[in-house]
Design a protein around this ligand. Sequence first.
Ligand SMILES: [Zn+2]
Length: 447
Amino acid sequence: MEICTVGGYEEVGKNMTAVKVGEDVVLIDGGLYLPGVIELQDQLDFQKYTEKALRRAGAIPNDQVLDKLGWSKKVKLIVVSHAHLDHVGGLPYIAQRYPNAEILSTPFTISVLKTLLEDEKISLPNKLRVAESNSIHPVPKSTSNLKVEFIHTTHSTIDSTFVVIHSNEGSLLYALDYKFDDTPTMGLPPNYEALKKVGQKGVKVAIINTLYASKKESNLSEKDADEMLKKAFLKTKGKNSALFITTFSSHIERLNNIVKHAKQTKREIVFIGRSLNKYVNCAIKIGRCPFQNEIKLLKYRNQINSFLRKVEADPGRYLVVCTGHQAEKNSILERISKGDTPFKFKTGDHLIFSSSVIPTEVNLEARKVLDAKLRKMGVQLQVDVHVHGHGSQESKKKLIELTKPEHIIPAHGNREQEKGLICVAKEYGYKLGETSHLVSNGEVMNL
Ligand SMILES: [Zn+2]
C-alpha cells in the first residue's frame, strides 16, 4: 500500500490523501485552504475562482504531484469524509482532472458539494453518488478488490464519517475530523462497534487528526454547548431590545439547539445570510433539518434589508440568526457594524457568538475590531458560547485503543500539533520513524 500525503499535512486546510494499492488509486477529500481563499477574494473582488488562481494562491491541494507519480490516470474513486470546506471545497476545481472517478460521500456532504457547484456554475464530469453512513462500497473497476467503508462519527457538522479503505494488503483508516461525543443532541453517537470491528480485522495505517492532541481535559459534548446556550439566552433581558445570534452555518445540530431555545423567547426566528441559507437548504433537501418549519430563511440582499428595516422598527419581535462570527467581509454582522444596513444596534441589544474564533491572524484581528465596534454601540456581547468539534487527547487515545493500527500518521495540524499526537502514540509503544511518521505534503510512503 502506498500513500501520498497530498495536502493537509503540517498545516490545517486543503486536505487530500491518495491511497494506491496495485493499479488502483483512491483519493480521500479535496479541500480548500480557507485563508488562501480569503486572500484571493481580496485580489479577485469576488470574481469566479479558477483552478489556476486557486493553485497559485495555495488554496487547493497540490495534486499535480499525482501526475508526476503516474497515479492520476489510476484514480478510480474520490471519497469525501464530511461537508466542511477544508475537506470538500477544493473538489469543484480539481475533480475534473479525474473524469472517470465517481465522487462518493454521505447525503449532506454530496448535497453541499452540489450546491457549491451550482453557486459557482461549475459542471463536473464526475458522477456524484450518495453513500449512507455505516455502509461499505466496492471501488468501481478496482483490480485489487478495494472497498470503501464510511463509519459514522460525531463532529461539528452532520453526516461526518471515518473513511476506511479495505484492501488485500490491509486497511487504511482515515480519521480526520471527529470528536467522540457520547451525548450528541442530534443523531447517533459514534459507531464504536464498527471501529472495533475494523481494528479486529487489522488496520495497517491510521491517519489521525492532531488538533488538541496535547489537550488533556475531557471533551465537551454538544450537550454542554446546549447548556451554555440555555444560560446565554437567560441573560438576554429586555423585551424591546434586539436579539442576534451567530454560529457556524454548517453546524446543523447547533442551529437546531439555537432554535429550540429561541422558541422560548416567543420571538419570530429569522435566519439571514448567504452561507446559512446554503447549508440549511442542503439539510432541508436531505430531510435532516428538524427546525425547517420554525424559521424564516432570507438570502438576498434586498430581502434582508427590508427585513432589517422591520427589526429596526420593532426589535423585540424578532430573533435573528446571522452570519459573521469570524467577522468575515460582507457578512451580516460586518455590514451592520459598518452602518451598511437599515438596522443599527443600540445600547442594551444582545448578540451571542455561539462560536470560537478560528485562530488565524486575519480572523483574530477582524474579530477584535468587530467586537470593539459593537461594544462601543452598547451591545451586550456573549462570546465563546461554544464547544468545538475536535476531540481532545482522550478521543485520540480511544481511537488508538479501539483500532490498534500498525502505523500512525498525524495530519491536520502544524508540526507542533502533529508532534503532540506522536507523543500520545509513544505511550502506546509507537516509535517515531518506524511505526509513527511525521510527514509533509507531497510525500509518498510505502507501508
Ligand atoms: Zn471538519
